[in-house]
Design a protein around this ligand. Structure first.
Ligand SMILES: *Cc1c(COP(=O)(O)O)cnc(C)c1O
Length: 401
């Protein structure tokens, strides 16, 4: 039996079978459903995009996998070359892993060893945000701030070397002034805190964080596993504020194969570079640099550039703002839009419980998050499909009393 993610196996609603997909649609035996959340935000080109499928298929015929230690493969090399040009801020050293959580672990481990390699052994603390989500592995869970995802840690009352702060500049400054000598790094989901409750915050917070990190010699880590490739309306938030380490995942491969990249700048890389083997970064996921995943990532980036996805993203935002403008309902606490991400927040978690079935009945696939319903659609969604998703959200909200 499949042990399901984030589920109480005894009480969960039965999952429906997906038999195929095309465009924004997931196919079930009963009907096709618009996927309003892009399979956790990653399927940006829609399902079975012919060019994505072809990129993976033709790579599979040449080489499905090979170890990346001591060998290279063409898609892995080309992807790093592409990322060097595509990513901002001199993030030209690319560590490959097989999932976003592992990419975050790599970033944390890299940041800690950066301090060790430089002889700054007191810098062991990590700063992160309240309600942060960085993945489900232990290190990622520790820097996470959302109680939902760190239940186990809370139960075990483990001593954490992490402090969580709210997204306000005074709290940020206070933490830096108090902790700076012990601070190793500051990790954030820039602008959009996803799994921790779809919360948005101001870019000035990040600009100030960059200044403080520079002033106090602290590494700034952006977890753009969710926000990358347009989910905030910026291509990458890193285009606006440069981190020292950037983690990419989810949409990187167009949601076709799990893969992530932890990209570091020269400053970080050089702390590991030298004749001493002790300085080396000792990490290596078995499937890091998988040729099919790298081929998918290359194609995903190519489509994003060639088909001018940033203009699609702006169009989605425009439609969402138009359709949600002034919307209110009795149990609705907040309505917000950031880039192509639209959220209706309710007063209570129980208010969203009926949404999955309601949406299914209206031909929409979704999964509420906390006390929110939302859409992060595939970028290829048409205006009428998107309007249908937004109407479904609004109609549901009006039924909640
Ligand atoms: C999804 C997510 C992760 C974890 O990625 P996985 O591929 O699920 O391990 C990490 N950070 C953020 C911000 C995410 O949204």
């Amino acid at each position: 039996m499949i042990w399901r993610p984030y589920a109480q196996m005894k009480t969960m609603a039965p999952p429906y079978m997906i038999t195929g997909g095309h465009g924004v649609y997931l196919e079930t035996p009963e009907k096709d459903l618009i996927d309003s959340i892009s399979s956790w935000w990653c399927v940006i080109h829609g399902y079975q995009h012919p060019e994505m499928v072809e990129a993976i298929r033709s790579q599979a015929e040449k080489l499905t996998h090979a170890i990346l230690a001591g060998t290279s493969n063409e898609p892995a090399v080309k992807l790093s070359e592409k990322l060097t040009e595509w990513l901002p801020g001199g993030l030209k050293y690319h560590f490959y892993s097989d999932s976003g959580s592992t990419g975050v672990e790599v970033a944390l481990k890299m940041a800690l060893q950066y301090s060790v390699n430089r002889g700054e052994r007191d810098r062991r603390m990590m700063l992160s945000l309240k309600d942060a989500y960085h993945g489900d592995t232990f290190g990622a869970m520790e820097v996470g701030g959302s109680p939902d995802y760190r239940r186990l840690l809370n139960h075990r009352s483990m001593r954490l070397n992490v402090e969580h702060i709210p997204t306000t500049i005074p709290a940020l400054e206070e933490a830096f002034y108090r902790l700076h000598g012990q601070l190793n790094s500051f990790i954030v989901e820039p602008l959009l805190q996803g799994a921790g409750g779809l919360k948005f915050y101001d870019i000035e917070f990040l600009r100030r964080a960059r200044q403080l990190c520079d002033e106090f010699g602290v590494l700034l880590i952006f977890d753009e596993v969710a926000t990358g490739m347009g989910r905030t309306g910026y291509r990458y938030v890193s285009d606006e504020v440069a981190p020292d380490i950037l983690v990419l995942g989810k949409a990187l491969t167009g949601g076709c194969i799990g893969h992530s990249v932890t990209a570091a700048n020269e400053k970080v890389f050089m702390a590991f570079y030298g004749d001493d083997p002790e300085l080396a970064f000792m990490h290596g996921p078995t499937f890091g640099g998988n040729p099919m995943a790298c081929a998918a990532a290359l194609k995903s980036i190519e489509l994003f550039e060639r088909d001018d996805y940033m203009s699609k993203i702006r169009k989605i935002e425009e439609i969402e703002r138009r359709e949600l403008k002034g919307f209110a309902a009795p149990k609705v606490r907040d309505v917000r839009v950031l880039g192509p991400t639209a959220v209706i927040e309710f007063e209570d978690r129980k208010d969203v419980l009926g949404y999955r079935q309601f949406a299914y009945d209206h031909g929409v696939h979704t999964r509420p998050l906390g006390n929110c319903i939302y859409t992060m659609p595939p970028y290829i969604i048409s205006e009428s499909e998107l309007t249908h998703v937004l109407d479904t959200m609004k109609e549901y909200a009006e039924t909640v009393r």
